[in-house]
Design a protein around this ligand. Structure first.
Ligand SMILES: [Ca+2]
Ligand SMILES: [Ca+2]
Length: 100
């Protein structure tokens, strides 16, 4: 009983994570949903809201400035790496897989 409960918990954690991305609620994450959700991190860091993360807005205050467009291009590449089955969307397992 206890074992079954913890197996279910791992499953629930994954699907809860997926639900944060899955804005249309179809149980999978499209490229647009992935980019939209992950872009929130950019927006949170872009304190002056000009669409560019300047060096002083980057974590640790170091690094090359990056535009929202570059950031989203990186996210799209990341999405396609995660999309191991090349179906154009991520399921909970692909989404939570460790990066290669
Ligand atoms: Ca979806
Ligand atoms: Ca900025």
């Amino acid at each position: 009983m206890l074992l079954a409960a913890s197996a279910t918990l791992a499953q629930d954690t994954r699907s809860a994570y997926l639900q944060m991305f899955d804005s249309d609620g179809d149980g999978r994450v499209s490229e647009a949903e992935y980019v939209a959700y992950m872009s929130r991190g950019f927006q949170a860091m872009d304190r002056n809201g000009d669409g560019i993360l300047e060096t002083d807005e980057l974590p640790g205050g170091r690094g090359r400035p990056i535009t929202l467009r570059e950031y989203q291009d990186n996210l799209r590449r990341q999405f396609h790496k995660l999309d191991r089955h090349h179906r154009g969307y991520l399921d909970a397992q692909e989404l939570t897989a460790p990066p290669r």
